[in-house]
Design a protein around this ligand. Structure first.
Ligand code: 13P
Ligand code: SF4
Length: 326
């Protein structure tokens, strides 16, 4: 018979692992950056926790010789693009992203040929190769400001998220050609589920990530999902934190990956945060674990490599993204 793990021993083992990670981080002079969807213990020990834009900014300003990205691969590539001379590590190279995988560089090149002269706007959830073929990158934190900054007479190719693209068309009034990609986690948060949770918490604010289907024009117009009202806000993960801090509401329904709840509840224990969908879990984000983080710092591997010719071209698009404030 297999006995259940002793929680005390398991707790001690975790504490020892965390202490080892901290020691290795100091020895390596490393900085640990973690996305808001990481597991709680990794968020708690990271030097910086944030959304994609915050992580890119943190990577751009660090002077640490080693950057460990606790997030998915495109985030580590972005850190490398901004720091070609530093060592960038990711605890598991298989931590991919279904959205980034929804367009290849060959598909983008073919699309550009159909629209010569169009401005290519890529969500940061893309491979370095796709970024290298793009004019400017955006994150959910600054996408609206970037679209508004593009001259009216320019055609726009927006990729790869169909829901974010449709949402941006709606709020900016700008027509764009939009790639039909999606994130399986956010697309899976169904409008009907949000409606049901909202009915249970009528005095709540609803905070929706723009990758969710119900944030798009199509679903607003065609489905049961609530139209935006004074208590519905479409925000990046960091935007959700900011909103909850400033709001005088007591309850918030969170329509994004559930990892964000850890930070929300830790920072604002007096407020109530309810997941729109408890099943909204990104298995790629959760591939980063404490033992893998320890091994990565100990072995200084796996290292993220971006070929110099791709890195140089991708850098222009990423620098332009960082220049546009939300
Ligand atoms: P944020 O930039 O809002 O953190 O989103 C990143 C992401 O991968 C969403 O799924
Ligand atoms: Fe990619 Fe979706 Fe996971 Fe975000 S939640 S990293 S978009 S698969």
């Amino acid at each position: 018979m297999v006995s259940a793990p002793n929680p005390v021993v398991a707790g001690e083992a975790t504490e020892a692992l965390i202490a080892e990670i901290r020691r290795l981080r100091d020895e390596r002079h490393a900085v640990i950056l973690a996305h808001n969807y990481q597991i709680g213990p990794i968020q708690d020990l990271a030097d910086f926790v944030g959304d994609s834009l915050g992580l890119a900014r943190a990577a751009a300003r660090t002077d640490a010789p080693v950057i460990v990205m606790c997030g998915v691969y495109f985030m580590a590539e972005t850190a490398k693009i901004l720091n070609p001379e530093r060592t960038v590590l990711i605890p598991d190279t298989r931590a991919g992203c279904s959205l980034a995988d929804s367009i290849t560089v060959e598909q983008l090149r073919a699309w550009k040929k159909e629209h010569p002269g169009a401005v290519v706007v890529s969500y940061v959830n893309t491979t370095a190769e796709v970024k290298a073929e793009s004019d400017i990158c955006v994150t959910s934190g600054n996408a609206e400001a970037v679209i508004r900054s593009i001259p009216e007479d320019r055609e726009i190719l927006f990729l790869p998220d169909v829901f974010l693209g449709s949402y941006l068309e709606r709020v900016t009034g700008r027509r764009m050609h939009i790639w039909m990609g999606e994130c399986h986690v956010h697309a899976g948060i169904r409008p009907e589920r949000i409606e049901a949770i909202r009915a249970r918490y009528p005095d709540s604010d609803l905070l929706v990530h723009p990758e969710c289907g119900c944030a798009s024009r199509y679903l607003w117009e065609q489905s049961a999902c609530s139209r935006p009202d004074a208590h519905t806000h479409v925000l990046s993960t960091e935007g959700m934190l900011r909103h909850a801090r400033q709001s005088n509401r007591g309850t918030f329904i969170i329509a994004t990956e559930t990892g964000l709840l850890h930070r929300l509840r830790k920072e604002m224990p007096e407020k109530q945060f309810v997941a729109a969908d408890e099943g909204a879990v990104c298995q790629f984000m959760k591939m980063i674990t404490l033992p893998k983080l320890r091994d990565c710092l100990r072995d200084m591997a796996p290292e993220v490599i971006v070929p110099p010719e791709i890195l140089e071209r991708a850098r222009t698009a990423v620098d332009r993204m960082l220049a546009v404030a939300p």
